[in-house]
Design a protein around this ligand. Structure first.
Ligand SMILES: C[S@@+](CC[C@H](N)C(=O)[O-])C[C@H]1O[C@@H](n2cnc3c(N)ncnc32)[C@H](O)[C@@H]1O
Length: 277
């Protein structure tokens, strides 16, 4: 698997690292970056990602499909006229990030990026510097919705009297079983005005709990573990938001750009887009 990762041979991290960046524990953002073929990860992240990919050889395909889903959904939202985005659990900035996709259609689109990983904040701020009119980067934890919804930078950039798209793409499976993912999703839904949208993708066990558990071992000692949920539980995260066609489906089936990959059933992530009417 490693050979296929191409450029992921070594870190492209600044030689100065803020002390809050923990190199002793795998972090989901850095594992994800490694699996996507990025350059911002430490040995501990690569080892953990390799455990996941050995546990389920489709793990990397899932990560790539998830990123592609993010792009298709943002394009859909921008085409629907949405110009404000709250992208939570944004990950390390890379090609096809939310702002890039949205602004190709809505040049004035504004994006608040939120993540709980300091390394994401460091990289995002460096990359997005000079674009404060359209972008802000906030270090906050989705498990404390108020810390995001009342954050001065978020409030300054986004007008919650107008439609906002909240993105929780490959995020809520990092919220443990006893941490009330449903309550968290509801807290964000509740502040949105009609015309707003919610995008969620979330891991399932694909009906193969043993393989799923083997892959999830990769996150056992990480900053957050992965908790898979049933399709119905994921659907419930949308509350009374109206899901656009084709509803909540395995990611390759959500408005594919071309032919659907033959092995789409191996992609154990469900995703959808819901609108508040
Ligand atoms: C798998 S990455 C997904 C990145 C991006 N959303 C995408 O789909 O390409 C998950 C991200 O969620 C972040 N994350 C995990 N738990 C979080 C939490 N409780 N609050 C905020 N961010 C969190 C991680 O740091 C990581 O950057």
């Amino acid at each position: 698997m490693t050979e296929e990762l191409g450029p992921s041979t070594g870190p492209l991290l600044p030689d100065w690292l803020p002390p809050e960046i923990d190199q002793t524990k795998a972090h989901p953002a850095r594992m994800y970056d490694y699996m996507l073929g990025g350059k911002n990860h430490f040995e501990v992240d690569r080892e953990a990602a390799e455990v996941a990919m050995r546990g389920n050889p489709a793990a990397r395909a899932m990560v790539l499909e998830n990123r592609a889903f993010l792009g298709r959904t943002v394009r859909h939202l921008a085409e629907a006229g949405i110009t404000q985005y709250l992208d939570i659990g944004t990950g390390l900035p890379g090609a096809g990030n939310t702002g890039e996709v949205a602004r190709a259609i809505q040049p004035e689109a504004r994006v608040a990026y939120v993540d709980y990983d300091p390394i994401v904040a460091v990289h995002s701020r460096a990359l997005l510097a000079g674009d404060e009119q359209h972008t802000t980067v906030v270090l906050a934890d989705v498990r404390e919705p108020k810390s995001i919804l009342e954050h001065p930078q978020v409030r300054e950039l986004l007008d919650f009297e107008q439609p906002v798209a909240v993105l929780m793409v490959a995020l809520l499976h990092f919220v443990a079983e006893d941490e009330d993912a449903a309550g968290i999703a509801a807290a964000f839904r509740d502040v949105l005005v009609p015309g707003s949208a919610l995008v969620i993708s979330h891991g399932t066990d694909g009906g193969q709990p043993e393989v799923s558990a083997a892959a999830r071992k990769g996150w056992d000692n990480a900053k957050s573990r992965i908790t898979v949920r049933e399709h119905e539980e994921i659907a419930a995260l949308f509350g009374d938001f109206e899901l656009v066609e084709p509803g909540l489906v395995q990611l390759p089936l959500w408005r594919p750009d071309g032919a659907v990959r033959e092995d789409w059933e191996t992609i154990w992530l469900d995703g959808g887009v819901g609108f508040k009417r």
